[in-house]
Design a protein around this ligand. Structure first.
Ligand code: PEP
Ligand code: MN
Length: 337
């Protein structure tokens, strides 16, 4: 259930309602909102009787929440959420472009890419230091050395870092370096990892599993948010279908569905979404048109020699061309880039 407080509710009245929720054995979650304070109740096993709160002052209404996810839903928070990373807003008024290599391979490779994507206009730098590879014999990432290289690129360019955390035992280390913690598609339902990133106060980029439904994605996000971290950015990165021409099928309808059901920002990853360099720009442009809050693009200075995902990487000049195309599209959609 959601308790919507009146605009003129006092801090004391809000605290009394929160205390009552705790007394009943549940969790009060204050929903950040510009207009009024709302308190989402979690931890209840069955429907809550609104009469329990009748004696309390300052309450405007008690709204039952029907969905299996609550705090991430539009029912609980109608207005779209904006998340700020390194001074960059990700939300309804902006179109955020995250770019960089699939994996950190060397200092030179990251710095060259970081400088190029920064010069083109990108707002954040991506790069994996812990890679979830299908084969155990594939390049697994440079681990902490890779994180240090990313930090050096941030120091030089000012770009915030998006990097994947693969396991809970490496979370503290990755969080020391990252501005955004990426939870990969294969880990979308790693509930211990979701809970652990939920206990941190650091933005999380949650990628949709390759066979996950939208409702499963939103419940995964709920694991993070219900642990106290509201800074979750969702990412559509393609799903498995019968199609073989593309690596995955970019499910742009999921973006429209997520926008309707959730207040969280959602971005599109057309690199994994199509799996081929020729698919990246068309789907990135489509992402802007479908109303996504941004895109994440794999860029490599020499894709033919990339240690990971070279077939879907744009070169630095190709990225610049795409960025220039995205600017007017974002403007048409009423967003700054
Ligand atoms: C990545 O972004 O490099 C990655 C591994 O993505 P996904 O988890 O979507 O496969
Ligand atoms: Mn990749």
């Amino acid at each position: 259930m959601l308790i919507v407080m009146r605009n003129d509710a006092t801090a004391d009245q809000i605290e009394q309602v929160c205390n009552r929720i705790r007394q009943l054995g549940w969790m009060p979650n204050r929903i950040p909102g510009s207009m009024r304070v709302a308190i989402g109740i979690t931890g209840n096993k069955s429907a809550i009787d609104p009469q329990l709160f009748e004696p309390y002052e300052g309450i405007s209404e008690c709204v039952p929440v029907s969905k299996p996810y609550k705090l991430v839903s539009r029912e609980v928070k109608p207005e779209a959420t904006t998340i700020t990373v390194n001074g960059q807003d990700i939300g309804p008024n902006t179109f955020t472009v995250i770019a960089g290599p699939c994996s950190v391979e060397s200092r030179e490779q990251v710095l060259v890419t970081a400088r190029a994507v920064k010069a083109a206009g990108a707002q954040l730098l991506r790069g994996g230091a812990f890679k979830p590879r299908t084969s155990p014999y594939s390049f697994q990432g440079l681990e902490e050395e890779g994180l240090k290289i990313l930090a050096e690129a941030r120091d030089e360019t000012g770009l915030g870092i998006v990097t994947e955390v693969k396991d809970t035992d490496k979370l503290d280390m990755v969080a020391q370096y990252a501005d955004v913690l990426q939870v990969g598609a294969r880990n979308m339902q790693n509930f211990s990892l979701l809970q652990a990133v939920g206990r941190l106060n650091k933005p999380v980029l949650l990628k949709k599993g390759m066979s996950a439904t939208v409702e499963e994605l939103l419940q995964a996000a709920e694991y993070i948010v219900s642990n106290g971290n509201f800074n979750v950015i969702l990412c559509e990165r393609g799903i498995r279908t019968f199609e073989t021409v593309t690596r995955n099928t970019q499910d742009l309808s999921a973006v429209a569905a997520v926008k309707r059901l959730s207040h969280l920002p959602v971005i599109v990853d057309p690199s994994h979404g199509t799996g081929h360099h020729w698919g990246v720009a068309p789907l990135a442009r489509a992402a802007a048109a479908v109303g996504a809050d941004g895109v994440m693009i794999e860029v490599h200075p020499d894709p033919r020699h990339a240690l990971c995902d070279g077939q879907q990487a744009l070169t630095c000049p190709e990225f610049k061309t795409l960025f220039d195309q995205l600017c007017p599209l974002a403007g048409l959609m009423g967003r700054r880039i």
